[in-house]
Ligand binder design. Structure first.
Ligand SMILES: Cc1cc2nc3c(=O)[nH]c(=O)nc-3n(C[C@H](O)[C@H](O)[C@H](O)COP(=O)(O)O)c2cc1C
Length: 306
């Protein structure tokens, strides 16, 4: 009999295992996404794409710190007009759900990009309302519940694919923002995007990143992300996708116990390669078997009993 311990139905998407490539860590190409699937990912999210092409910020755009990475890429992307070709190609070669990450400078832009991505074959959309370093998009939208609600509603009216909303930890109450997104129709919530941060070089005395500020990712943010997932789970009923510092199966289990139904992995790919997905799923499977659980869904939110 086939083993179904790791299968999940995430807002209608059927995943063979609950690990997903996080947005932005790798390029846009269908080949890169294919290599991640070969590494064992159950689904992939593309880098965020907007209406028009963007060059992004001047280098350096990424700096390694003791406990992770700080990046301020500035959302470089070819624009949805060009990117639809890559979506169509990816749909031909990938045998896992393809989630397209979308950003915009207004609700109409979010909706226009989402519609083009959905028409090209995206299985779901993930709205990036949490980029911490580009003005008038990202967390500037995700910090304001009224504006976020309008964005979610306009996108939901424009597409008939599941809409995920990726939340920022750079807010006073992530549960308030999650509730606003869920009330206006978000099918799932991704928590979290990067934490606003900076690094300064003592020798030159200069901020290191071209943009001065960026977003911290990797193991440093895992406890923050686990707390965010826990908070959101207490407040809303829609599925949560945990993200932030996951590098091994124990990290993933922690997120499921806090309330995540699936997890995304980003920075760990830089240190462990794309096989990190396989290592995490194998460890997770062994854990579930050892504890007598028949499906990963049985451990979602378990830590809330205490
Ligand atoms: C270099 C880099 C680029 C990123 N680009 C995006 C992006 O385009 N859109 C987005 O929603 N998140 C982006 N992120 C955030 C990640 O998707 C993820 O939320 C964050 O890195 C935390 O997960 P991790 O610790 O597993 O990397 C980026 C992260 C990094 C390190």
């Amino acid at each position: 009999m086939k083993d179904n311990r790791l299968t999940v139905n995430l807002a209608g998407l059927k995943l063979a295992n609950p690990t997903i490539l996080a947005s932005g860590i790798l390029g846009y190409s269908a080949e890169t996404l294919e290599s991640i699937v070969a590494g064992g990912a159950g689904a992939v999210v593309t880098k965020s794409v907007g209406l028009k092409p963007r060059v992004g910020y001047a280098n350096p755009t990424v700096v390694q710190v003791d406990c992770g990475l700080i990046n301020a890429m500035g959302l470089p992307n070819p624009g949805i007009g060009e990117f639809v070709k890559e979506i169509r190609q990816a749909k031909k070669v990938l045998n896992v759900p393809l989630i397209v990450s979308v950003y915009g400078f207004s609700e109409e832009e979010y909706a226009a990009v989402s519609k083009k991505a959905a028409d090209a074959g995206a299985d779901a959309l993930e709205l990036n309302v949490s980029c911490p370093h580009v003005k008038e998009t990202g967390s500037e939208i995700g910090q304001k519940p009224e504006i976020l609600s309008k964005v979610v509603k306009t996108v939901k009216d424009a597409v008939d694919k599941p809409v995920f909303v990726k939340l920022s930890p750079n807010v006073t109450s992530i549960a308030d923002i999650a509730e606003a997104a869920a009330k206006t129709g978000a099918d799932a919530l991704t928590a979290i995007n990067t934490v606003k941060a900076m690094a300064i070089d003592p020798e030159t005395t200069m901020p290191i990143l071209g943009n001065k500020f960026g977003g911290l990712s990797g193991s440093a943010i895992k406890p923050i992300a686990v707390r965010c997932v826990y908070d959101i789970y207490e407040r809303v009923k829609v599925p949560i996708i945990g993200c932030g510092g996951i590098a091994d199966w124990r990290d993933a289990v922690e997120f499921f116990l806090a309330g995540a139904s699936a997890v995304q992995i980003g920075t760990a790919i830089a240190t462990k390669g794309s096989n990190v997905f396989r290592t995490v799923t194998r460890g997770l499977n062994a854990y579930l078997k050892r504890k007598g659980f028949k499906n990963v869904g049985e451990i979602v939110g378990l830590s809330h009993r205490y």
